[in-house]
Design a protein around this ligand. Structure first.
Ligand code: SF4
Ligand code: SF4
Length: 330
């Protein structure tokens, strides 16, 4: 497995700006709602409503009351049953490494939530009778270790620093790198905010960190926003025009979206670029795409093991979209 320091190769700078925008006028759900008022934390279909307010089909107008509808304990217990696989283990791992080199969500989650992270880890360790947790960070996040240590009284949280190489933030790659027996022992750091929200407020977390970055963004920024807001609510302050392309989540193989995109739990990163058309050459059978693949598959053939990291596309000297050729881009 050949991991690459993409941040260094592309000379990417740290995202220095952070802002919370948690009072949207509207949120937009992908389903129509059959009632006139909803509450923050209410579950409708698969969606957790992120504000309280008046309903008009699929649009909710904020009443700025933050009226909460807590979940009942049975529902919460059902959520925690997803962690049954980690019960009674000696160690779990908290993945605090952003998946994409342009993304800084986990950096700011660490920076802003040290007490919450410590409490949520301790809650999980206690509830599931686990001995220890390892927070895994890259060398560029190591600055937080002493602060995290200072903010906790628990001695069952330890730290592991790995090199900042792509795609180490993917759980599958981290598992192999650290010889972790089962991917289910890895918990993403966002989940700790969800756990904390459930134990303290009895609602699912309704907020989301997103990074807006890319060549056309003068001041890349991490935002903390409400779920189901429109991307355009944020882009309009960043002078992004309708001609600019927006790539979601992965700088090497992410899909194009429009500014009308609705921010869901899965949306982490928006990269704003002017797309240029590369001249694509024929495959010269150099094998680089195969050698770079972190899960050791042939990128030019379909495989369920593909984690869609895009390294094969990045490395190909002929600029071939290997993911597309191998039909692994769905
Ligand atoms: S085939 Fe899939 S896992 Fe392998 S390098 Fe390409 S995108 Fe990554
Ligand atoms: S890296 Fe590109 S040129 Fe080389 S084998 Fe793969 S697809 Fe062909």
């Amino acid at each position: 497995m050949k991991l690459i320091n993409i941040k260094k190769e592309l000379d990417l700078k740290k995202v220095e700006n952070y802002k919370e925008i948690l009072d949207p006028t509207y949120i937009y759900l992908p389903i129509n709602i059959n009632k006139s008022k909803v509450y923050k934390g209410e579950i409708i279909g698969n969606y957790t409503i992120s504000i309280s307010g008046k309903v008009n089909n699929n649009i909710i107008e904020n009443d700025f009351m933050e009226d909460i509808k807590p979940l009942d304990q049975d529902f919460i217990n059902k959520y925690f049953s997803k962690y049954n696989d980690i019960a009674n283990k000696d160690m779990i791992y908290i993945n605090a490494i952003d998946k994409d080199p342009y993304c800084y969500n986990r950096y700011y989650i660490l920076k802003n939530n040290m007490d919450i992270i410590n409490d949520a880890i301790e809650y999980i360790l206690d509830k599931f009778n686990i001995k220890k947790a390892t927070i895994v960070l890259t060398s560029s996040l190591a600055e937080f270790i002493s602060k995290l240590k200072a903010s906790t009284t628990y001695n069952n949280i330890i730290f592991k620093v790995v090199d900042d190489l792509y795609p180490i933030g993917f759980n599958k790659v981290l598992k192999d790198k650290l010889n972790i027996e089962n991917e289910k022992l890895i918990i993403n750091i966002e989940e700790l905010l969800d756990v904390y929200s459930l134990i303290k407020k009895k609602i699912f977390n309704t907020e989301k960190y997103i990074t807006i970055n890319g060549d056309l963004i003068k001041k890349p920024i991490v935002l903390k926003v409400k779920l189901y807001t429109k991307l355009n609510d944020y882009l309009k302050f960043l002078s992004v025009t309708s001609k600019d392309s927006i790539i979601i989540n992965n700088s090497l193989c992410g899909k194009l979206v429009t500014s009308e995109y609705i921010v869901t739990r899965d949306a982490d990163l928006f990269i704003i670029v002017k797309l240029k058309k590369d001249n694509v050459d024929l495959c010269n059978n150099c094998g680089l795409c195969y050698r770079v693949c972190p899960v050791m598959i042939n990128p030019l053939k379909k495989s369920s093991k593909c984690i869609k990291c895009g390294l094969c596309n990045y490395i190909c000297p002929s600029k071939i979209n290997c993911l597309k050729v191998g039909n692994n881009n769905e």
